[in-house]
Design a protein around this ligand. Structure first.
Ligand code: ZN
Length: 122
């Protein structure tokens, strides 16, 4: 499977996580983007064959829209530091949680809060 896929109005490079539109402008899909209404958008990993990469908003109840529509309605997009899905602290690009603690906390939602794994009692 090639890393690069040509669509009607753009080109997706899955290895680099970039989208290059028909004008040659490249968008880094590994980043979180904020539009003029301060809605945050992240790439879902999906691509619409005509409208380009599908983005998901974390500010609108998980609304999904293609990149070209987001740009048409709410441009410009500016990159923002990604934030932890659990506590909203900044995280490196591509990471969902700031720490193992937050990842575990997310895993434990709905449980009684007891951490998974042994604590040394044998
Ligand atoms: Zn966190």
């Amino acid at each position: 499977m090639p890393d690069t896929t040509q669509y009607e109005y753009g080109r997706l490079d899955r290895a680099r996580r970039t989208w290059t539109d028909g004008t040659g402008h490249t968008t880094d899909l590994s980043l979180t983007w904020m539009d003029q209404l301060e809605q945050r958008w992240t790439w879902t990993g999906g691509v619409h064959p005509v409208n380009g990469p599908i983005l998901r908003s974390s500010s609108r109840g998980g609304m999904r829209e293609p990149l070209d529509l987001v740009l048409a309605l709410w441009a410009p997009l500016v990159p923002v530091p990604a934030t932890c899905a659990e506590c909203d602290h900044p995280v490196p690009a591509g990471r969902a949680y700031c720490s193992a603690l937050c990842r575990n906390a997310a895993d434990d939602h709905g449980a009684d809060g007891e951490p998974a794994g042994g604590d040394g009692n044998a």
